[in-house]
Design a protein around this ligand. Structure first.
Ligand code: ATP
Ligand code: MG
Length: 405
């Protein structure tokens, strides 16, 4: 079916009162960005709905993109017709035929803005309903929860038909919730936490710690590929890689084994917080979930959180691993996350880290290292790049690898 436009219904925007204008403007921007390759699409973000005029583009391709834009409750492909009732009848029948399977029920739901149109709402419902009953054997009308609802809107500039409502991603448009820093590893959890942060409208800068030669180029490329996946929800994302080798080596050398992990995490959070402040970000997101591993007990969080007054946001805090994995699969990060390229934490994690570190002891042990110096060194070495949806880093690596062989 060749549709003429897609009509997008806003999500929580409608409840946001005076901020509504900003939300709609941002959503318009985000939709435009996610559809940027489709030149000639006409996107209009209006007060109650957003319209994407397709100008001949493939509806399915556009639908696929729209499904990834936060702030959209649902949307419907629409056919616009002139006010010629025979054409409306034919198209209505065609639309329902395309969806009909034996046993299905339907109803017609008409709204009329143009009060001078020759038929009123009831007449339109009756005429179209009758036409469909006559032409599709076995179909029945059902007013409550029918399988197919054909929506008819009679507006001043034409008659609009739609019969499908496609679920959107929900949430708030990315950018309406300010900007924060995401600590992104190559694991399963942090990409899911990033997704959930962005879903609440927050734009995220990704910070990734890497420790060559202990971690491979592939591990770095994997974190970038995860960012490219997440960029599908955000347009493009700043990726900040932080060299962490010297800090980790020093910590390993100087700190008693039980506190290695805690102090390493404090160092990471300190650096992430410094980057956050320097970029004007308003908080640090992590993929931590309570009780999952030694560093994720309340005592550990307290000992680690001690280094910053910025809000540390943990969208996964009370989720089970199975719930997290389910989302990772839905957002298509799972397969990347389980690739076996270890990140810097896995390699430097001692066999038995303290699950209940003592805050005072932690602070004292930390005096054994030059915190300021190591921080400065890491911050001096950061590399920032911009990652777009569809970018691919691991394949590039494989090609380089293949050339070496
Ligand atoms: P994940 O699956 O996100 O790696 P995890 O269950 O492996 O999490 P940890 O290794 O304890 O848990 O990491 C906890 C959090 O610390 C991560 O979710 C992430 O936010 C942050 N983190 C860990 N390693 C890195 C890294 N190399 N770079 C940036 N952030 C990291
Ligand atoms: Mg991890």
């Amino acid at each position: 079916m060749q549709y003429s436009e897609i009509m997008v219904r806003y999500g929580e925007l409608s409840t946001k009162g005076k901020n509504r204008k900003d939300f709609i403007r941002q959503l318009g921007r985000n939709v435009r960005r996610s559809l940027h390759e489709f030149q000639g699409l006409n996107i209009r973000a209006q007060y109650d709905r957003l319209h994407v005029a397709l100008n001949g583009y493939d509806t399915d391709q556009v639908i696929k993109r729209l499904k990834g834009v936060f702030g959209i409750e649902n949307f419907s492909p629409v056919i616009k017709l002139e006010k010629n009732f025979d054409a409306v009848k034919d198209t209505a029948l065609e639309m329902i035929q395309a969806q009909f399977q034996p046993g299905m029920t339907f109803k017609i739901n008409t709204r009329r803005q143009d009060h001078h149109y020759e038929y009123d709402t009831n007449q339109i419902n009756d005429k179209l309903g009758g036409h469909i009953l006559r032409h599709i054997p076995g179909i029945k009308v059902k007013m409550k929860h029918p399988d197919i609802t054909l929506r008819v809107e009679v507006r001043l500039n034409g008659i609009f038909l739609s019969s499908e409502t496609i679920q959107g991603a929900g949430g708030l448009p990315v950018g309406t919730g300010g900007k924060a820093t995401m600590m992104l590893s190559g694991g399963i959890d942090s990409p899911v936490a990033a997704y959930l942060g962005m879903k609440r409208g927050v734009q995220l800068d990704m910070v990734h710690f890497y420790s060559p030669p202990y971690t491979s180029e592939q591990a770095l490329a994997k974190a970038k590929d995860l960012t490219a996946k997440l960029a599908g929800y955000a347009g493009s994302i700043q990726f900040i890689q932080v060299p962490f080798t010297h800090a980790q080596e020093t910590i390993k050398e100087k700190i008693p084994e039980g506190y290695l992990m805690t102090i390493q995490r404090r160092m990471m959070l300190r650096i992430a917080a410094a980057i956050s402040l320097a970029r004007g970000d308003k908080g640090v997101f992590t993929g931590e979930s309570l009780g999952q591993v030694a560093s994720q007990t309340l005592e550990s969080m307290m000992a680690i959180n001690d280094v910053t007054t910025l809000p540390v946001l943990r969208p996964l805090v009370s989720m089970d691993k199975t719930e997290i994995i389910k989302i990772a699969e839905q957002i298509d990060t799972y397969d990347l996350s389980i690739l076996p390229f270890e990140d810097c934490c896995t390699i430097f994690t001692p066999p038995a880290p303290k699950t209940r570190p003592d805050l005072e002891k932690t602070r004292n042990f930390e005096k054994l290292i030059d915190v300021e110096g190591l921080m400065k060194e890491a911050l001096d070495g950061i590399v920032v790049s911009e990652i777009k949806p569809g970018d691919n880093f691991m394949n590039q690596q494989q090609e380089v690898f293949a050339e070496l062989l």
